[in-house]
Design a protein around this ligand. Sequence first.
Ligand SMILES: *[C@@H]1O[C@H](CO)[C@@H](O)[C@H](O)[C@H]1NC(C)=O
Ligand SMILES: *[C@@H]1O[C@H](CO)[C@@H](O)[C@H](O)[C@H]1NC(C)=O
Ligand SMILES: *[C@@H]1O[C@H](CO)[C@@H](O)[C@H](O)[C@H]1NC(C)=O
Ligand SMILES: *[C@@H]1O[C@H](CO)[C@@H](O)[C@H](O)[C@H]1NC(C)=O
Length: 469
Amino acid sequence: MRRSIIAAMTALSTAPPIVECGWIDEDTPERLRTTKSLVDGSTYELVMSDEFNIPGRSFADGHDPTWTALDKSDDDYSASGGGSLHFYNSSMVSTTPDGFLTIQSLLETTQWNRHDPIKNEWKQEKKYFKSGNVQSWNKFCFTGGILEVDLILPGEPDIGGLWPAAWLLGNLGRATYEGSTNMLWPWSYDDCDRKKQESQMVSACNKANHFGLNKNQGRGATEIDLIELMGGDSKGENLPATDPPIQLPYADLTLQIAPGITENRPQPGSQPIREIDRTHSGYATSVAQNWYDNLTVAGNTSLNPFFYGTYLGETKKNEPVTRNKNQAFQADAVGAMKQLVPEHFKTPHTFRLEWQPGRGGRLDWFTKSHKKVDGNGTVFHMEGDGKGQDWEHSLHIPDFALDEAMGSKIPEEPSYVILNTAISSTWAFPYDVPDWCTQVLRLLRSQVPVLVQPRILQHDEDRQGRAQD
Ligand SMILES: *[C@@H]1O[C@H](CO)[C@@H](O)[C@H](O)[C@H]1NC(C)=O
Ligand SMILES: *[C@@H]1O[C@H](CO)[C@@H](O)[C@H](O)[C@H]1NC(C)=O
Ligand SMILES: *[C@@H]1O[C@H](CO)[C@@H](O)[C@H](O)[C@H]1NC(C)=O
Ligand SMILES: *[C@@H]1O[C@H](CO)[C@@H](O)[C@H](O)[C@H]1NC(C)=O
């Protein structure tokens, strides 16, 4: 007993130094410790940052106060997760001498035994890729504020298959643990609708307070994606239904939300077209280009016509979670695609999310570009030298649009940050299937890591308000 304690202490004392107490990295420069909202000009103060400037940090379970890198296979036993090819191995996440977090993706085999809870038997599993997923789940969460991440995208711009992302998930669910997110993801709904009660695990209809949560309050594992990469080569062709025209590679900026719209859903691969009666007279209708009202995109960004959401149907026999027919529901992906250029894969670019939670709130995504003012107004260009320093307001989602469509709301769950790279046989491949295998090999050999520095800023009042709660 005693010996094992000493061994553990020795192991700790030889571990690389960890960050100081508090959520703000003391090495974050002064100029980055406050910022102004790009929407309303109000001031935000830094509440959390990590410069990742101490090389050789380890994020394995128990090694870091803020982050945990997973050691598990990604979910892939569900019908919808069938495309993931990687095992998340915590040693794929580390910090480099030049002050960045790096997530590597390698062609290396992992073999493990998995317990099949349905058949109650152990099965040997194998995956041929290793990759990284680091998250602040149950360690650092925030509700509203500004999230900024500086990142260099991994891989090569013209090759599909790598699926890196910087995103937020409500702390009630833990990413990749499917049982923890079933019927919680991505609910952002606090009304009692008996028809939806069964499919939202923590429903506003529930009169008893389960799990230590409030009664009559709808909760969920909400998801806001700051950026997901869609790499690949569209060979000079514009992607269909994009406006302005977008080509691969691009970034998805998305709010995933439930309940989703069940009627008149837009067809994947085409822009939504919907007749709206704005006059209430029953005569005058106008054709809207949005399925949710008043979404705005700007610059080289288009509404995303390829992914409008996920239907979480009744689960099949061998899936690890269960949803019966009454628990099936539609989730929506409300999002845009922003054109990327090869420079995004070479030098750090900042991506910003402004998040005002709940009723009356908003979500705004900003990306850095290069502003040119011509006779017709302002045009944003993404030039190749990476020096674009002007914020482009890529996507705006107002709360009233969610409320009006389905009664859902801008997420207001305490949320954690996830940085990961998945490897998928379906991501970005529809345009480049035949030789993906050699393409992925080329990409893995180049091993360009994701480099990240996150910063979270909040209003002073918000922080004081929370401290008093
Ligand atoms: C992670 O990868 C390292 C290095 O290849 C290996 O030693 C370790 O066993 C792997 N961990 C898991 C959980 O597979
Ligand atoms: C929403 O969009 C409509 C149509 O463009 C516009 O008339 C209305 O003012 C917008 N509402 C808000 C609150 O911005
Ligand atoms: C303004 O836009 C029109 C139409 O796209 C174009 O022909 C014209 O050159 C533009 N003017 C300037 C000053 O860029
Ligand atoms: C999109 O980027 C291209 C290439 O930099 C540029 O020519 C074009 O003007 C941009 N469009 C907008 C709407 O900013």
